[in-house]
Design a protein around this ligand. Structure first.
Ligand code: SAM
Length: 344
């Protein structure tokens, strides 16, 4: 009998509040320092401060070169792994987001295509837009709207501008979500950003950005495991548990969607749609993307949170999964649409 096994990886994975200070190019302190024991924090702070981020150069070129085919992985895993290790933290994070978004943004597009609020919206704001993958995709699919992206990270904003430079309906600002105040929007999107935010502070600022009839869409992982694989990825799963622990130590809110739901009422917002999305990994291309994605994820997690890992074991496990004829994988995500409670 076929059985599904759950593995826990919370993705998207990294907290920029820990390691991407765009202004100084260095790591900053986690926002919830007080949750970490002083000794533990001192150890990690020391290591973090030694790592200086390198500006995001040549991302596109590196993206093409870094992602191996299954044959590459089989023939010379060492070469691939050493190539990955050589990529600087920030660039690697961008590549990781790129693969992740290729697997997931289709889900948002399908949701929006049938959403009445979206059809009527003209001004769209992507908060925490990262390198602009979603804006680039949406502006290609829905050309009747004006898109604005905001992110703290200046390298990401530069990439976002670069990848939409031929489009006249996309604007990007390097700014902080909590203080950004350029305009009012009909449709605001946060994709994989909520985990980095203080929810009360964010919900307080949100009405300043939202049109009276406007809505806000959160696209994130569900509270439960976000990937289900068969056959199970035991080694990878173990790695993820360590990663989860480290994320918690650094103040990433792994329960952000539940916390958001519980706080909406107090801030005069209400839920108008709550959809669980299950994305099956079916085509050969998607299966390869997932293998690439999980390897990148491990590399980024190891580099940024210093989690010990046996790459070769994980690679072997992923190749076994890829080669198993009836192997399966599902990504589980949540789409939550909210509006101001008094707006109807
Ligand atoms: C996991 S990434 C997701 C990026 C993008 N939405 C995507 O899915 O490709 C989280 C993003 O949120 C941004 N971010 C986090 N806190 C922020 C803040 N206070 N203001 C602006 N951007 C922020 C980070 O710089 C990062 O690009």
């Amino acid at each position: 009998m076929n059985k599904s096994y759950a593995i826990t990886i919370r993705w998207p994975v990294m907290s920029p509040t820990i390691h991407d200070n765009p202004r100084t190019g260095t790591y900053t302190y986690p926002r919830d320092q007080d949750r970490i024991s002083r000794r533990c924090w001192a150890r990690h702070k020391d290591r973090a401060e030694k790592q200086i981020l390198i500006p995001n150069r040549g991302v596109q070129k590196m993206k093409e070169e870094a992602l191996p085919t299954i044959d590459d992985l089989r023939k010379s895993p060492e070469e691939f792994l050493s190539r990955l290790k050589a990529i600087k933290g920030h660039e690697l994070y961008r590549v990781l987001l790129g693969v992740q978004n290729e697997l997931t943004t289709g889900c948002i597009v399908r949701f929006l295509a049938s959403n009445e609020k979206w059809k009527r919206s003209r001004m769209v704001l992507d908060l925490g837009c990262g390198p602009g993958d979603l804006v680039a995709k949406l502006s290609g699919c829905f050309i009747d709207k004006l898109y604005t992206g905001v992110d703290l990270n200046e390298d990401f904003i530069a990439t976002a501008k670069q990848q939409t430079k031929m489009l006249s309906n996309c604007t990007f600002y390097q700014d902080d979500i909590y203080t950004f105040s350029q305009g009012q929007y009909n449709f605001i999107i946060l994709m994989a950003v909520l985990q980095h935010l203080k929810i009360d502070k964010f919900l307080k600022h949100l009405p300043f950005l939202l049109d009276d009839e406007g809505v806000v869409l959160f696209f994130d992982t569900t509270k439960e495991n976000s990937i289900e694989a068969h056959p199970p990825l035991v080694t990878f799963n173990k790695f993820c548990r360590r990663f989860e622990l480290m994320q918690k130590l650094f103040g990433v809110n792994r329960n952000c969607m539940a916390e958001l739901e519980s706080k909406l009422g107090a801030h005069n917002f209400k839920i108008i749609e709550d959809q669980k999305q299950i994305i099956p990994i079916t085509t050969t291309v998607e299966r390869l993307q997932v293998v690439q994605y999980l390897l990148l994820f491990c590399t980024v997690a190891k580099k940024m949170l210093w989690i010990p890992i046996n790459f070769n074991k994980i690679l072997t496990e992923l190749l076994q999964w890829y080669d198993t004829p009836d192997s399966r994988m599902h990504l589980k995500l949540q789409l939550l649409l909210i509006e101001k409670a008094q707006s109807r």
